[in-house]
Design a protein around this ligand. Sequence first.
Ligand SMILES: Nc1ncnc2c1ncn2[C@@H]1O[C@H](COP(=O)(O)OP(=O)(O)OP(=O)(O)O)[C@@H](O)[C@H]1O
Ligand SMILES: [Mg+2]
Length: 316
Amino acid sequence: MTPGTEYGSTFGRDEPDLRSAHVIVVGNEKGGTGKSTVSIHVTIALLKAGYRVASIDLDTRQKTLTRFLENRQSFARSAEWPVEMPFHHALERGSSTNVRDNETHEFAAFAEAVAAVEHDYEFVVIDTPASDSYLMRLAHSLADTLVSPVNESYIDVDVFSRVHHDRSQRGAIAHYADLVMEARRRRRVVDGGVIDWILLRNRIASLKSNNARQIENSMQHIARELQLRAAEGLHDRVIFRELFPIGLTALDPIEEGMKNNMLSTSQKSARREIADLVSSLRLPLHEKTKGHLAARHLWFERMSEYYRDLGKDKPE
Ligand SMILES: Nc1ncnc2c1ncn2[C@@H]1O[C@H](COP(=O)(O)OP(=O)(O)OP(=O)(O)O)[C@@H](O)[C@H]1O
Ligand SMILES: [Mg+2]
């Protein structure tokens, strides 16, 4: 699959459709915290729960979510059970040397990707890169639910709220949190939308250390300061990474390939953790309708106006 191409199928549409997808963005400017792992598991969990799910990969360099889905699609060809696939779109990076042209191109490509799925799918899961790119900011301001995975480390906490031994220098809003606060502000001004932000612990160690307890306290503090929800996410488990080459997750019927058709205790716990993770997101069970859709269109319209105006200033 080349970036920018799609697979899966959209549903037929004869009548104007006022349903509107709920957008879940998985983001954190800190690299390697588990954004793609969480995107993969949330996507598959929602598909398995019977929802129509679309996914968008904004990580135009690594394309981890896209790679996973390519592996899954290839596995599906010889699988003896139905392998659920989302409708997937991988975005292409703007290739111009002019930053403004790239931004305009990326906005149009992103708007098109969302427009292609917003009526036909109940959820859109967007995996984002670990960078402060324009596209990343754009996606954050569109989120209905924003999930930020963090590892049990002060280095991870420091992108939300400044960590320092000196109390007087501690607690200032750090760069990633600032980016999200700005996205929230933009969203509120443009369409009155609210971004439900969840700080999700990932790669939790099985033995609780003093450090882990301190990180938990810090997260509770951050939750109050930044008006977000701290949630227990995934433990550090081999099952969350070893199935990537075949595009499967712990939720797939992997026991069929195992001795006695039995899952290990850790694999069973992994399934429970994914289910708990999804329920901690408190996603809407029913499709959002007219009001939500109109708000998203307003958001895109205002953003397009902004680009049209920028274009007017451009020197010939
Ligand atoms: N709960 C977990 N248990 C075990 N391994 C995990 C878990 N979560 C993530 N990993 C592993 O940690 C590494 C980073 O995860 P992942 O690629 O999902 O992070 P990311 O935030 O998407 O990274 P990037 O910022 O580079 O896009 C990968 O090797 C992944 O397999
Ligand atoms: Mg990633």
